[in-house]
Ligand binder design. Sequence first.
Ligand SMILES: Cc1cc2nc3c(=O)[nH]c(=O)nc-3n(C[C@H](O)[C@H](O)[C@H](O)COP(=O)(O)OP(=O)(O)OC[C@H]3O[C@@H](n4cnc5c(N)ncnc54)[C@H](O)[C@@H]3O)c2cc1C
Length: 277
Amino acid sequence: MQTDRVPNWYRVRSRVVETPDTVTVTLEPTTNVTEHHRVAPGQFMMLYAHGVGEVAISISGHPKGADGKLTHTVRSVGAVSKAIHDTPVGSVLGARGPFGHGWNLDIEQGSDLVIVAGGVGLAPLRPAVEAALAARAHFRRLTLIVGARNPSNILYRRELATWAASDMIAVELTIDQPVSGWTGPVGFVTESLHRADIDPTRTTALLCGPELMMRFCARTLIDRGVPAENIQVSLERNMQCGMGTCGHCQLGELLLCRDGPVVDYATAEPLLLVPEL
Ligand SMILES: Cc1cc2nc3c(=O)[nH]c(=O)nc-3n(C[C@H](O)[C@H](O)[C@H](O)COP(=O)(O)OP(=O)(O)OC[C@H]3O[C@@H](n4cnc5c(N)ncnc54)[C@H](O)[C@@H]3O)c2cc1C
């Protein structure tokens, strides 16, 4: 069956509760899925909850390989994401894709890589972190900055702790407001970015989170001397077809489902500065 136009059916094999409104599900193809496309970090699938609807959800775990399994992290914010979030283990969901351009990890040897996530924005970045760790010798310094409203909103706590305990990547978790029991940094991710140990002339940055957060982070990096071309942002708009035909996700001349969701900031900034575009 065509994997881009018609959903294929996947069974929910595992469901991990990450935060009060967010779960990570592993989907296993049912027998009607005969074609397994590889999914790159930063690409997304259109997930379908039967009788409710379809939404864009990034790949958040190991890219789909020969076994065709998919991993997604879904935050319940409305009807469709709630239906997917609530789907129990053993039930079936539809999935079309993969779609879009993911993170460009073809980066010059010896560069610094800075990854900045806000909230559920860590989901599309997790496979990029894993890919960077797998190619650790390629980079000079790896830095991951994660911002959340409060500690209970932080995804992948166990993995973050493992990464932070290793000497492979510098990890900073920061929360917006002080809460009792939190001993880590408090403040916005931009403050962490000011402190990050980078060589701006040889830095690539991957940013995912609320649009305003990405704009402030990009500005901070540019002010530190990082070229806008070396900053990648993942842009979210209402996506329906996923294939660049319906036009719902248009941003200027870009159709984000086809030309994004990951876009370099030199391209994105002038478009994001136009109100209501
Ligand atoms: C390329 C791409 C990748 C995405 N990856 C993920 C992911 O990995 N995990 C995840 O949980 N969500 C992800 N999203 C967001 C997800 O698609 C939306 O949360 C979902 O479409 C909401 O649909 P709904 O019917 O549940 O709620 P709706 O009723 O459509 O919306 C509920 C609320 O959420 C807001 N909203 C809807 N869509 C978006 C959006 N795209 N961005 C910001 N706010 C939105 C609405 O304005 C409204 O306030 C992604 C979106 C895109 C475009």
